[in-house]
Design a binder for this molecule. Structure first.
Ligand code: ADP
Ligand code: MG
Length: 230
């Protein structure tokens, strides 16, 4: 009981902190974006292309921050019908440069026609965080397999990596704010992911073996009309 209260308190503190950091970081990003936009007009074609890439990355940072910030007020988000396969393809696209850098190949096995009702940015964020962890778990490269199916009354998405894996003690601590084993880790990724999954009435489960790899199973319930109940 004590432990549960402590966890709830930690989560409350962290979401407030995340919201204020997000707010503070947003302002300089907006300023930088404005200056790039302004100066790119006087540049030649090649440099203008570089600047467009810079702006796109700034927009991505802004979107990521927006997700952390959204924790403070998850109820204000809109849900729409989303094709799970398309969302996962999109995630693989976003992560492809990062995967390439780490010599990681992403393979997809998704069933057609899986539709759920969810907030698009949040759904993407869940899988971006998971795929990012899988890539980072494979310092010498490897394969990530992403699968999606709907065997019964739920949509099941599995992410399987051939990475370093985790001990039972590590598994136990997943999702704890700031828990990270990485030099540059934040320990926020899985906290965010778990909260997003919970907010969608879903479940998330990790199976892992040191030296072998990790499988993450995310499932979302389907309503009687075949769409997700949120
Ligand atoms: P971060 O990635 O910033 O460290 P996360 O909350 O995303 O924070 O992950 C917390 C920790 O969980 C990681 O530092 C790592 O130790 C462990 N972890 C998460 N996913 C995996 C995975 N696929 N393989 C091995 N370890 C993992
Ligand atoms: Mg992470």
């Amino acid at each position: 009981m004590q432990e549960k209260l402590l966890r709830a308190e930690k989560l409350r503190v962290i979401s407030e902190l995340a919201a204020s950091i997000a707010h503070e970081v947003r302002n300089p990003l907006t300023v930088v974006r404005g200056f790039i936009q302004l100066t790119k007009e006087s540049m030649d074609e090649r440099y203008r292309r570089y600047m467009n890439t810079a702006i796109a990355e700034l927009d991505r940072a802004e979107a990521i921050i927006g997700n952390y910030l959204s924790f403070a007020k998850p109820e204000s988000e809109t849900a729409e019908e989303l094709h799970v396969g398309e969302i996962l393809e999109g995630v693989a696209d976003v992560m492809s440069a990062y995967a390439l850098m780490h010599h990681v190949e992403i393979k997809m096995h998704t069933e057609d026609g899986l539709v759920i009702l969810a907030n698009k940015a949040n759904l993407k964020q869940i899988f971006i965080n998971l795929v990012k962890n899988s890539i980072e778990a494979m310092p010498t490269g490897g394969i990530i397999q992403i699968g999606a199916s709907a065997p019964d009354d739920e949509v099941i998405i599995k992410i399987f990596d051939t990475g370093i894996g985790m001990t039972p003690e590590q598994l136990e601590r997943l999702g704890e704010p700031y828990y990270s084993t990485k030099d540059k880790g934040t320990g926020l990724g899985l906290m965010v992911t778990q909260r997003l999954v919970e907010a969608m009435n879903g479940t998330i489960r990790f199976e892992s073996e040191v030296g072998k790899g990790t499988t993450v199973t995310v499932s979302f319930p389907l309503g009687s009309n075949g769409s997700l109940t949120t």
